[in-house]
Design a protein around this ligand. Structure first.
Ligand code: ZN
Ligand code: ZN
Length: 386
């Protein structure tokens, strides 16, 4: 069983960014492998805390976690490609600890992240905004192909940046550390090595195709599947489809962010759909069957005799598939009485007959009582407001 992230960090569910950072930092200092050599339990706890912090410090992931728990973050049985746990992201908050431990630990522990000694740099993540039709957002799309301009590993040198037959060498100035000591008054500080720009390695003979960068600009096709049920703002992460890293570093990720076109018939609210539906008054009076259109095709709704004019019919499971979890939302049909603007002579005669008949039945005294009630209650409301 995975422990609750808030519990791991020992903070409340309402904890703000500063509180999270403080709690994480305290734990990380205590549990850091450098302070607990050979202690497997401390190492596991350290990883656990790092994972918890990586999720809770990311507003979007935190929202998903709050709502769906661990399952929502794409672990076992989660929502497919979405929000996968990425060890590489530790590189992003190495800074928090970097000043205490000199960085680098995350790469060693998690097998990803930055490895300063080799001089590689992780490639950037890319974002692509994709607009979908209302239908495609509901049903998903099997094969979407995008043409993405990005930096890719150089074919000539396979990303190393070195000419064929040559290799990168340890920087002679910093001896591979990437940093050099700089004295300022009483303080000795570490600054990036000017010779290798902090990489620790130099390339004596740069590859001619990429000028030693290890990557080149290219436009590439990326295909993927849009899961059913995405909504405006949903982010899909395509691992290793971002930019190639410098000097053979890890490739970044591509995030596809969806926008969804409006449909004049439906209003979407998460996985629920709402639709306004005009019905003729006699059907509400007598009851009967109403044919309705849903995203999944035609359906029939039974209305009871005497259905109120503002009745809402709920069609269970006729809404949008849930991205996280299973099943679909519901479709709500908000009934409205259709008042015809023109009638045939025959229809007019029938309606008038009905009206006369209804008026004949009702007692005028009762009508007055009804009006008095309306005005009475109106006055009552006004009094309450004051
Ligand atoms: Zn090259
Ligand atoms: Zn250097």
């Amino acid at each position: 069983m995975k422990r609750d992230y808030y519990e791991v960090l020992g903070v409340s569910k309402e904890a703000g960014a500063d509180e999270l950072k403080k709690a994480y930092r305290k734990l990380a200092m205590e549990l850091h492998p450098d302070r607990n050599p050979g202690n497997k339990e401390a190492e596991e706890k350290f990883k656990e805390a790092a994972e918890a912090y990586s999720v809770l410090s990311d507003a979007e992931k935190r929202k998903v976690y709050d709502q769906f728990g661990h399952a929502g973050l794409g672990g076992a049985g989660g929502g497919g490609q979405q929000f996968q746990f990425d060890p590489g992201q530790f590189a992003d908050f190495e800074d928090i600890l970097g000043s205490f431990f000199g960085g680098g630990i995350f790469g060693d522990l998690f097998g990803g992240g930055r490895r300063k000694s080799g001089g590689e740099e992780r490639g950037s993540d890319l974002q692509y905004n994709l607009k979908l039709s209302f239908q495609d957002a509901i049903f998903g799309k099997d094969a979407v192909e995008l043409s993405i301009p990005r930096l890719e590993a150089c074919d000539t040198c396979h990303g190393s940046g070195c000419e064929a037959g040559t290799r990168a060498e340890t920087c002679p100035q910093c001896r591979g550390a990437g940093q050099v000591a700089v004295r300022q008054g009483f303080f000795q500080m570490l600054a990036p090595c000017p010779r290798c720009e902090g990489r620790g390695r130099i390339i004596p003979k740069p590859c001619k195709s990429c000028h030693g960068e290890g990557r080149v600009h290219r436009k590439s096709k990326v295909s993927f599947k849009v899961p059913a049920g995405v909504d405006r703002g949903t982010r899909l992460r395509l691992q290793n489809q971002g930019e190639a890293g410098r000097f053979g570093g890890r490739t970044g990720d591509l995030y596809v962010v969806f926008d969804v076109e409006q449909d004049t018939r439906y209003e979407r609210d998460g996985s629920d759909l709402h639709r306004r539906l005009e019905v003729h008054w006699p059907l509400l009076v007598t009851g009967g069957t109403l044919e309705v259109e849903t995203p999944y095709g035609p359906d029939k709704v039974k209305l009871a005799a005497g259905t109120p004019a503002d009745h809402v019919v709920k069609l269970v499971n006729a809404g949008v598939p849930r991205l996280q979890g299973s099943g679909r939302g519901d479709l709500y049909l908000h009934l409205r009485v259709a008042v015809p603007k023109s009638l045939s002579a025959e229809q007019r005669e029938l309606v008038e007959q009905l009206r006369r008949s209804l008026e004949g039945e009702s007692d005028p005294a009762e009508d007055e009582g009804f009006l008095a009630k309306v005005f009475g209650s109106e006055k009552g409301k006004k009094k309450k407001r004051k």
